[in-house]
Design a protein. Structure first.
Length: 202
């Protein structure tokens, strides 16, 4: 009898172990007690529209943000992993972002010179030398690493763009581009005009 119980316990543990990684990938961050996460429109005050793979601190929200920059300016704080869209009156809309990994950091001021929906991606030659398996070009779409939208910065190779890896928000992972969740980059894209000032600080 004891042997049978032992085998049943072992089988149960094996099932939990096999399922746990999948659950962890789908629900990395649990909501506060009593709050329900939804991908649609919240029906009450105890429902939060959010991506469960992004830490709550990086959820889009209006914050106090005293600055001398004019409303409509984008300020990217790479050290804090936040992008601010300045609203004026000491407030800004704050988004969580993923930024450049060590050795690829940069800072400066540019203008948005192009906007694209579901952009294609042509990896630069130096990136393809570092990662020989990359394609010469990848058409836009859900599997494209640039995600749903892209804002191109000046004449540089850098962009503010979406990502199909939402768990990378809050991390130092890119080759210099600023990445956002697809939901957030669509929201920002609709607010931003061509020639918008973008200030990147570190």
């Amino acid at each position: 009898m004891v042997g049978l119980v032992g085998r049943l316990v072992l089988a149960a543990l094996l099932v939990v172990t096999s399922v746990a990684p999948t659950l962890a990938q789908q629900w990395r961050f649990a909501p506060p007690p009593g709050v329900t996460i939804t991908q649609g429109t919240p029906r009450n005050a105890l429902m939060l529209r959010a991506n469960s793979q992004v830490h709550p601190v990086y959820l889009r929200q209006v914050v106090q943000y005293p600055t001398t920059e004019r409303s409509g300016t984008i300020v990217v704080d790479t050290r804090a992993h936040f992008l601010y869209f300045v609203l004026g009156d000491g407030r800004a809309l704050r988004y969580g972002i993923g930024v450049a990994r060590e050795g690829f950091e940069w800072r400066g001021t540019h203008r948005v010179t192009r906007k694209a929906e579901w952009p294609g991606w042509t990896p630069p030659a130096e990136m393809r030398r570092r990662q020989p398996g990359l394609p010469a070009h990848m058409p836009g779409g859900i599997n494209n690493p640039l995600g749903a939208r892209a804002l191109y910065l000046g004449s540089t190779l850098y962009r503010i763009h979406g990502t199909n890896e939402p768990w990378s928000i809050g991390q130092n992972v890119s080759s210099g581009c600023i990445r956002m969740t697809n939901e957030d980059v669509v929201d920002l894209y609709d607010r931003v005009q061509l020639n918008t000032k973008v200030v990147v600080i570190s």
